[in-house]
Design a protein around this ligand. Structure first.
Ligand code: CO
Ligand code: CO
Ligand code: CO
Length: 306
């Protein structure tokens, strides 16, 4: 039902009884020093792709690359961090695979279920929709600054807490209200994922920079070139040809291209269900910022950031 075509978050495959299987896989090197915290973040990030499709994750498999010289105690703490998030999500850990490698990498393959007629794609936004984002931006800048010793762990705590947070509540809220499209904001940054949504849906998207929430620590280090992740520059290069930016500070522009780890859901909802969605997100303890709107397709640009 959903494959490579529209750069969606997970694969969706028809099952019996009106159900469909949702499957996804994500893994990456450590984004923080503490092994347990890294495990938590990697698991929250992997689960998110099922939540972004409106699905309920059921079971997961670990994927591990690990240099034995680091000591298996470190690996144990990474896996325990991941498991703690699976438990919080009500997801069973059913197995996995590990290999020896020179660099640590950890992640999960997650499988879930969704009603066939309730799959929430990233390619079905409609003109007139309102765009809602459920987590602030800036985790790429914060984790890069941490890695390069430009930021203390204490200063990064708000972003770390956010990366550990499941998108389960946001997804529960979204599936109880009529929404047209959703994706989670990860490696391509806000503009990249909004662009995939715009192209897949055949619409234009307008994002209001003043409404986009960002981490204070990210704002503080965005001016320092050494804190900018390589992916930020690559995202800007690959997406800027379809973007019009007007009256936006360079800091906000960079933040909108910043690659996110375990970012929030970007939800496209009809204006008529917006108020109910905002209320539901609050009920489920999820963040919520109305950051933009969907417009009729016009030629020459795809996304306006103003
Ligand atoms: Co995704
Ligand atoms: Co993903
Ligand atoms: Co989706």
């Amino acid at each position: 039902m959903v494959g490579f075509g529209t750069a969606d978050d997970a694969a969706v495959y028809k099952s019996s009884g009106g159900k469909a299987i949702v499957a996804t896989l994500d893994f990456f090197p450590p984004v923080v020093d503490d092994p347990f915290t890294f495990g938590q973040i990697a698991a929250a990030n992997a689960l998110s792709d099922v939540y972004a499709m409106g699905g309920a994750p059921a079971f997961a498999l670990n994927i591990v690359c690990f240099p034995r010289a680091l000591g298996l105690g470190v690996l144990e703490r990474i896996l325990k961090g991941g498991l703690s998030k699976l438990k919080e999500a009500g997801v069973v850990l059913a197995g996995g695979h590990s290999i020896e490698d020179s660099e640590v990498k950890y992640g999960l393959s997650v499988t879930g279920f969704v009603d066939r007629d309730k799959v929430i794609r990233n390619s079905t936004a409609r003109p007139g929709d309102v765009l809602i984002l459920t987590k602030p931006l800036g985790t790429g800048l914060v984790t890069t600054a941490l890695k390069r010793g430009l930021l203390s762990t204490a200063a990064a705590s708000e972003a770390i807490k956010s990366m550990k947070a499941l998108n389960k509540g946001a997804s529960s809220a979204m599936t109880r209200v009529k929404v047209n499209a959703c994706t989670d904001v990860t490696g391509y940054g806000l503009i990249g994922h909004a662009m995939e949504m715009a192209k897949g849906s055949g619409v234009n998207i307008v994002i209001m920079a003043s409404q986009v929430p960002v981490f204070k620590a990210a704002l503080r280090c965005v001016g320092n070139k050494a804190a900018r992740p390589g992916g930020l520059v690559r995202n800007r290069e690959s997406f800027e040809k379809d973007v019009i930016i007007s009256g936006v500070s360079e800091s906000m522009e960079l933040l909108a291209y910043d690659p996110q780890t375990s970012g929030g859901l970007l939800i496209s909802a009809p204006k008529a269900s917006c108020a109910r969605l905002v209320k539901r997100l609050a009920d489920f303890g999820a963040g919520c910022a109305i950051i933009g709107r969907v417009e009729q397709r016009t030629k020459g640009w795809r996304l306006r950031f103003e």
